[in-house]
Ligand binder design. Sequence first.
Ligand SMILES: Cc1ncc(COP(=O)(O)O)c(C=O)c1O
Length: 403
Amino acid sequence: MTAPLSQRGRLAPASPIRRLASLADGARARGVHVHHLNIGQPDLPTVSAMRQAYRSYDCATVAYSPSQGTAELRAAWADAYNGQGLPGALAPITADDVLITVGGSEALQLVFAAACDVGDAIMVAEPYYTNYRGVAHLLGIEVVSVATAVTDGFAIDVAAMEAALTPAVRAIVLSSPGNPTGAVIDRPTLEALGALAVRRDLLLVLDEVYREFVYDGSGVAPSALAIAGAEQHVAVIDSVSKRFSACGARVGALVTRNRALFDVCVRFAQARLSPPTVDQAAVLAALQAPFDEVYASIAVYKRRRDVLIAALREIPGVVAPCPAGAFYLIADLPVADADAFCRFLLERFDHHGETVMLAPAEGFYRTPGAGRSQVRIAYVLEEAALLRAVDCLREGLRAYAGG
Ligand SMILES: Cc1ncc(COP(=O)(O)O)c(C=O)c1O
């Protein structure tokens, strides 16, 4: 006899991004080099201000911090927003609006739990960041999805979202710049989403963890924190994981001007006591330093995007909208079942001793069967390796069609 498992536990969805990991291990065991385009772990160094802060951190006791994060970090986080002009014409963001969390992931948990009861629903636009489903599942929350299309760059259709609302939906949850599409929601669409949230009394949760990862030179993606009139209906998810190339620091934030929502999230956060103390000190140093390294890394990702898109578009039958932000894109491949093709690449294929690991996009969709011919590509490899990975994809498609 083993200890009982909850139904919720037995039904927990596995991450579609990690599902093929054992096949990649198998390829490596056969001596094949695997280019990983499947996972969004930035390969660039963590910003130097954070590394310096870790090196010089010294205290007698690593104590808990306040549950909402250190006062210094919350103030610096708010200052960074205001310095980026994020609130637009609205009142500046203050430290009181910023709750420090254990990565953006915990901010998602807190805000979903604060907005929804068991049996309520969140609405997403598919393809979507699948951890929204993982967090929703943990909390007994349903996921309602609205389709977007590869053919128009995964643009959000606010009218379609409104038409698909059900009485159970409490929050609309979107990422911009988006994972897995790289699409950036423009200001008019954000304003329409804000108006929808107010009109239908919903919470708009905008996941802005890739905020600086925009390639049109604007420096920062349009933020939900700047939607006039929707202040009480907006919560923003933030994180240093991508911005500072510091995924392991586990520091993020929930930002909202809605006091009641904020206070509920703080009460939930009290149950986990504290976000990490040492990492908060390191993030404080990075937020107070100039963002030069951040913007230098964005320039690197932009070059990679351009190289990748150009190479992908030379492969017959591949459709890949050019992503405006983040470091992902969805490509439609000339195969019926991208999952089977991704397995083939790892199990039965190599090109001069190399192959490529991609994330089948089906797992980023809620609708069964949607996205079957698509893959998500994360461009977190240097340009030369990216090009070799695309060579493997092209040759793999050829071998797959022939075999
Ligand atoms: C869209 C999006 N939101 C949130 C997260 C969570 O990031 P973290 O918990 O590392 O801050 C990620 C990580 O990949 C992401 O892609």
